[in-house]
Ligand binder design. Sequence first.
Ligand SMILES: Cc1ncc(COP(=O)(O)O)c(C=O)c1O
Length: 461
Amino acid sequence: MASTEQAVEQSTLQELAKRHLWMHFTRMSAYDQAEVPVIVRGEGCYVWDEHGKRYLDGLSALFCVNIGHGRADIAQAGADQAKDLGFFTNWSYAHPPAIELAARIASLAPGDLNRVFFTSGGSEAVESAYKLARQYHKVTGKPNKTKLIAREIAYHGTSLGALSATGITGLRTPFEPLTPGAHHVPNTNTYRMQPGITPEYFAESIAEKIEFEGPDTVAAVILEPVQNAGGCFTPPEGYFQRVREICDEYDVLLISDEVICAWGRLGEWFGAIKYDYLPDMITTAKGLTSAYAPMGAVIASDRVAEPFMTGTNSFTHGFTFAGHPICSAVAMANLDAFEREGVLQNVRANEPRFRAMLESLRELPIVGDVRGAGYFHAIELVRDQDTKETFTEEEAETLLRGFLSGELYRRGLICRADDRGDPVIQLSPPLIAGPEQFEEIEDILRGVLSEAGERMHVLGA
Ligand SMILES: Cc1ncc(COP(=O)(O)O)c(C=O)c1O
């Protein structure tokens, strides 16, 4: 039981949170009556709230605590580094942790992606890659190549450049006009493919868009290996190979946005390795440090970096904290743990069981589709399994915000109920999870989704 002192502290935390903390992407008024969920501790695949209640973290916080919570060794690496050199910048200077981490990332990245430009997170990585693509074409004599092609419903971050790549209308319109020059093509949603469309069309739509915009005006294409928003859209067979050919044909750079898909999420160091393609740049963040410290990076190919390495040229761009020595040391310790403990192997070995557990939920009439790869999966919820009829906007609101999000949390499972496309539940557990956690996830999901089906009068529920 909580002591009086703890109880006072907890209510003060609630009060202070409600008065002063501005939570991101959050309807703050939702907490006028309800409690703010305050997470105070984590260990492995679990976290605890301020009341001591335990939750299975089925989302790795936000697709990022890949190694799991509560790792003293990773925290210690940051503390040790702080004693030696708490901070120095990468603006014209280097320090051992950033140098060693850059070399290690280059050794793990595919092909000739050997040059690492650090950032403090994912949006900064996307922003940097977009700017690098523009400046690359300027220094190589094609100054009109400035446009970026991305996919509908994809999330690439929130800073104005990155937001222009983001293809989610509701996130874009409040901030328009956005950075000009970003254009969108269909994503690889094969579950809801229009009649007459084949999976080959998805790559061809990029060629069509380049032709339409004018090849001399297009700088880059940015794609996630598995698209998060919309619910874990995987690439059809041959998709990235064809996109690579198209990019080569039009001298357009291919950016693989691996803010989520790198660092074991799909069972490989990078999504580009899993799907066997070679991008010109990879953007990454999150799992690089398993989120024990904020850090991101653009990993550029030798070809993209080369023009910036000669004469008076430089990439005229930077962030004070990028390559921070403490974050770099934390990332090294995180990657050490990945290698020592066979984290990628764990994902590969357990992926079939994870998938089979989710597939078994198709027995529930509300489950329309199960898709994804590695430890990164989505369940699409439908009104009718046979016709794939989805919910109206109001129904989706009632289903996701009015019931599922709160009920899953109440029953001890943190996952994401998302309506940025059609309604989905997303799961992305720490990469150390195994059958015990899958059973727990199934137990909670089965109960909550059955009840959701009944509440929404889903056909057959
Ligand atoms: C694919 C992708 N790109 C970019 C971002 C932005 O990263 P951040 O929130 O670290 O700025 C995210 C965040 O989830 C993402 O999933």
